[in-house]
Design a protein around this ligand. Structure first.
Ligand SMILES: Nc1nc2c(ncn2[C@@H]2O[C@H](COP(=O)(O)OP(=O)(O)OP(=O)(O)O)[C@@H](O)[C@H]2O)c(=O)[nH]1
Ligand SMILES: [Mg+2]
Length: 446
């Protein structure tokens, strides 16, 4: 199999420039086959940019720049060439074809970053930070991923693992001196260390939801009985006529999703079918969708038609709160242009007449910001979360063993297991399946 890989590093389409990246031992010899520059290319010296022409089979293809990075001082740790050509996909593809004919092969998704990991340039949590840096839809997500990439989280984990290893080593050493009854490590020291580690791991697990929101956006589902004005509110929040509005109950059948942005935060809003008893099979399908929307919502707005009664949606509100006790649910009174409302604490709007919409929007953005502002130096993904839950389980077992005066070897065993699991976060131990899973989610060219 060819060792050097090539891919387009920029999105396909029309743009000012397109960047094509080649990585591998043969990168420079491949470049020599089609790139002609007036200045002599010094392949022994990296971090240089050369201006020249791509000429292939006597045809001038493009005028480009080629950036040279010499192993190990490059993104992947290998020889890298980055060609910036004019931003036409057809042209970029033509150049990629030439590079493949000259000895490279197409890179797989995430292969550049995978090589960077395998060559020891970054650890696994840093590789994941790169994916998050590319995909995050919030400013906080971007700054957090940047810190994670810098290695702050990896450093903290390393220190934590070292402390746990120190404690377990002392516990094991003590066993060798059991006849002498030597106390090498105080029970309270071990206890405090385990409790601190538990706290840290649990605080990381708690960041999972915030991390997911910063990666993909804050999800707001609008639920309510038919005709309460959900689609009217949906349109008002988007500031355009996206959903069909009518005075016929059961207008919305599917659910609709659209996004709005403010100050580097993304909100996804979902309009749903009105919930009621019906024999209409399409409407029943729509009502089933409502359940899935509510389930994935970070905030559920229960929209009530205040002209019927202020308490008309209580049953729906209660059923959502009972089923999802942790969920943020907001009761909003609609159609206040038609009803006399005084002294109530609920949020009051008229979706049709744009009364209270800006305030509601502000509140949603405030909630979305608050949901992610606790992030600091790491974005927790599902892989991290599962590992952390497992580490917590072993730390708790160690604590129990300690409190029950079990032998040192039993306590040390669980501490070492927790340490090993924590090591998987940064990739101290890994297997092909884990790597395939992580890097398949990257884009080609990264
Ligand atoms: N007066 C008044 N009418 C409103 C207001 N909001 C919505 N309406 C009207 O209420 C009717 C129903 O509005 P929709 O937005 O279609 O209601 P919905 O909840 O999406 O209804 P379904 O999709 O059938 O569940 C329409 O005639 C709207 O014009 C409001 O604030 N004031
Ligand atoms: Mg509707």
């Amino acid at each position: 199999m060819k060792n050097s890989v090539v891919a387009l590093a920029t999105p396909p389409g029309i743009s000012g420039l397109a960047v094509i990246r080649i990585s591998g031992k043969e990168s420079f010899s491949i470049l020599r086959k089609f790139f002609y520059s007036k200045s002599e290319i010094e392949f022994s010296k990296g971090n240089r940019i050369y201006y020249g022409k791509i000429i292939y089979k006597n045809e001038i293809i493009d005028t480009v720049t080629a950036s040279i990075f010499v192993a190990p001082n490059s993104y992947t740790g290998e020889n890298i060439v980055e060609i910036s050509c004019h931003g036409n996909s057809l042209l970029a593809n033509k150049i990629i074809d030439i590079i493949i004919e000259s000895g490279a092969r197409f890179a797989e998704a995430g292969e550049f970053t995978r090589r960077a990991f395998l060559n020891g340039k970054i650890d696994l949590s840093q590789a994941e930070a790169i994916a998050d840096l590319i995909h995050s839809v919030s400013n906080i997500g971007i700054t957090t991923a940047a810190k994670q990439l810098e290695g702050k989280f990896s450093q903290k984990l390393k220190e934590l693992r070292q402390k746990l290893l120190d404690v377990s080593s002392l516990l094991e050493l003590e066993l060798d001196f059991s006849e002498e009854g030597l106390d090498l490590v105080k029970k309270t020291t071990v206890r405090n260390q385990i409790i601190d580690s538990l706290k840290y791991c649990n605080s990381l697990i708690d960041l999972y939801t915030a991390s997911e929101i910063s990666r993909s956006g804050y999800y707001v589902g609008i639920a309510g009985y038919p005709n309460s004005g959900k689609s009217t509110l949906f349109n008002a929040l988007l500031n355009r006529e996206r959903a069909i509005v009518s005075n016929i109950p059961g207008t919305t059948r599917d659910y609709l999703e659209e996004s709005i942005y403010k100050n580097g935060n993304k909100i996804i809003i979902a309009d749903t079918a009105g919930i009621r008893d019906t024999i209409d099979t399409i409407e029943i399908e729509g009502i089933k969708f409502v359940e899935s929307v509510i389930e994935k919502s970070n905030l559920v707005i229960v929209l009530n038609d205040s002209t019927i009664s202020l308490n008309n949606s209580q049953k729906l509100l209660k059923s959502i709160k009972d089923k999802y006790p942790e969920k943020d649910v907001l009761l909003v009174q609609n159609k206040i242009d038609l009803s006399q409302i005084e002294n109530i604490s609920d949020i009051c709007i008229s979706a049709k007449n744009n009364i209270g919409i800006e305030e509601l929007k502000d509140l949603i953005f405030k909630k979305s910001y608050e949901s992610i502002c606790g992030l600091s130096d790491v974005l927790i993904n599902n892989r991290h979360r599962q590992l952390l839950i497992n580490a917590v389980r072993h730390l708790k077992l160690a604590l129990q063993s300690l409190d029950n005066d079990y032998g040192n070897e039993i306590i040390a065993y669980d501490l070492r297991t927790a340490t090993k699991i924590l090591g998987e976060l940064t990739g101290e131990t890994w297997n092909e399946e884990v790597l395939n899973n992580i890097f398949s989610r990257f884009c080609i060219g990264k």
